[in-house]
Design a protein around this ligand. Structure first.
Ligand code: DAT
Ligand code: MG
Length: 206
């Protein structure tokens, strides 16, 4: 598995630092590195937009293992759940978000009283950024995560199996096609991999 960590992070991020970090994260992704060796343009390594096509088998979502999930060693388990379900992993990397990146990611919650603590937590350690593809992946991804509130999350879901506290609920998932497009553009500016999964005929009827 190719995961690389960004070795540096900023304690006082600026716009130019954010651009540097995003560029660094682009360079850190092994798939990108491989394509760079081949002198290929990564962003155009397939005909699809990075967010795929909602409502088809090529729908895509942004899923992340948050700093608590990384610290608790749950990365492999979370990836395995989506793999076993039949979904296709098309983007994967480790990034240590700055506070500014966390604020951009959660910009729709900017007016909430917990915005400060949420973004501080989200930038407190590396996260695993993933782009998953498949039929209904946005809604199914949310179901597999569980409810926002761990108490309401059913056993069998990620949050229902591994979390207790609202502010330590392990994982993130886009909640709509619009959110997926926004989040995938932000976390995967280099693009993802449009690869063909040869077992798809055993996963999809059509
Ligand atoms: P989700 O992560 O299920 O999409 P969300 O987008 O509403 O939920 O909120 C983002 C995160 O913020 C959530 O995973 C945990 C935290 N959070 C949500 N509601 C909260 C609240 N009332 N108090 C403290 N933290 C909260
Ligand atoms: Mg949300």
């Amino acid at each position: 598995m190719y995961i690389q960590s960004m070795a540096t992070r900023s304690t006082a991020p600026t716009a130019s630092k954010l651009a540097t970090l995003v560029a660094a994260s682009t360079a850190a992704a092994a798939v990108v590195t491989y394509n760079q060796y081949e002198n290929k343009s990564v962003a155009s390594c397939g005909g699809l937009p990075v967010h795929g096509i909602a409502g088809t088998n090529q729908e895509r979502t942004f899923l992340a293992v948050k700093p608590d999930g990384v610290q608790r060693g749950l990365v492999g388990d979370i990836i395995a759940r989506f793999e076993k379900r039949g979904y296709k992993l098309v983007g994967l990397k480790m990034v240590w978000p700055t506070q500014m990146m966390a604020e951009k990611h959660y910009q729709d919650l900017a007016k909430k009283p917990f915005y400060g603590s949420l973004t501080k937590f989200f930038s407190s350690g590396p996260i695993i950024c993933m782009c998953w593809e498949g039929k209904d992946i946005i809604a199914q991804g949310r179901q597999m995560l569980g409810e926002t509130q761990p108490l309401a999350s059913k056993p069998g879901s990620i949050r229902g199996d591994y979390s207790i506290d609202l502010g330590r609920n392990i994982c993130h998932g886009s909640d709509s096609p619009e959110a997926a497009a926004h989040e995938l553009a932000m976390w995967f500016p280099e693009g993802v991999n449009d690869w063909k999964k040869t077992v798809d005929a055993w996963v999809y009827e059509k």
